[in-house]
Design a protein around this ligand. Structure first.
Ligand SMILES: [Cu+2]
Length: 311
């Protein structure tokens, strides 16, 4: 019985510290962004028991089947392993990256089911979101994938989004270190819903709700005029990658409709559907092609949370 009492004191102390941390977090947040921040999104270490660790709705299922985990968190899943030939790379605009995906038999996979016209989509993102690329490496007959990346110094993560022949689609992720001095870039604000790139303005509408289907619509304009002649790019008018702040969980986002289906227009609106696994802040990268050039627009959307949206 006394043991109970003794336990309860530290718990109260922890609660007090957590409250302090929350206040501190809000103070920090107010300086950096606007409005209250519920101290969750940043991987602030101390309150992990409340936010990150065993959070996801899928975790109850645990490792029995990884379908319920977000993608990209593991270097090895369902018997497939992403094996980079080098994980420390040089900075530069054309740094080579070579890798294989080993299959359940331990040998490099050489048969894939194409998704969006490609056998493998490679996403490279700097962990502070200050760099992003979506490229399509070429595969040698022996299963070795090769590409080049434009890398700045810092911590990066690469994702291989694949469907090995006969297997469910999956996304494997691996860390990459890029040598050189770097200044970490502050986390993006809670909500960034308008992005400009190369004279284009892209506006995001819609919200993300944890565990529920969410629709997002991105509208492309240039010089105040809606763009209505987007190019089809890899079987869609846009490709959207969503990454969770804090752990870079990689989410599949599906475009609604496709070029030539008789109903999907080539802009200005591109609609996507996704389900985010938890509350938190997500960084979104839209690739779209117009007049023959692919561009990337980046957004930030906060899902769930107790405050709703004040913006
Ligand atoms: Cu791709």
């Amino acid at each position: 019985m006394t043991a109970f009492r003794e336990v309860s004191t530290p718990v109260r102390v922890v609660g007090f510290i957590a409250a302090l941390a929350a206040v501190f977090g809000i103070t920090l947040g107010a300086g950096r962004l606007f409005g209250p921040v519920d101290a969750q999104p940043a991987s602030a270490g101390h309150d992990t028991h409340a936010s990150t660790e065993p959070t996801g709705p899928g975790d109850a299922m645990g490792s029995e089947h990884s379908d319920h985990l977000p993608g990209g968190l593991q270097v090895s899943q369902d018997g497939y392993t992403l094996r980079l030939h080098h994980s420390d790379l040089a900075a530069g605009s054309k740094t080579p990256l070579d890798f294989v995906v080993d299959g359940p038999d331990g040998k490099p996979v050489t048969a894939y089911t194409p998704q969006h016209e490609k056998e493998l989509h490679l996403i490279a993102v700097r962990r502070d979101f200050s760099g992003f690329q979506h490229v399509h490496p070429t595969r040698a007959a022996d299963g070795t994938w090769s590409t080049t990346l434009a890398l700045t110094p810092g911590a990066w993560r690469v994702f291989a989004d694949i469907a090995p022949k006969g297997a469910e689609p999956l996304t494997l992720g691996a860390d990459v270190s890029v040598a050189g001095a770097h200044a970490p870039v502050a986390a993006p604000a809670e909500d960034v819903r308008v992005a400009t790139v190369d004279g284009y303005t892209v506006t995001l509408k819609g919200d993300l709700a944890p565990g529920a289907d969410s629709a997002l619509t991105l509208s492309v304009s240039r010089g105040g005029q809606p763009v209505t002649d987007l190019d089809p790019y890899l079987g869609a008018f846009g490709h959207l990658v969503a990454l969770r702040t804090g752990d870079l969980a990689y989410l599949h986002v599906h475009p609604e409709g496709h070029p030539g289906d008789g109903t999907t227009k080539p802009g200005p609106d591109i609609t996507f559907g996704t389900t985010v696994p938890s509350a938190g802040t997500y960084r979104l990268f839209l690739d779209f092609q117009h007049e023959g050039v692919v561009r990337t627009a980046a957004f930030t959307v906060t899902a769930g949370g107790t405050n709703g949206h004040q913006h």
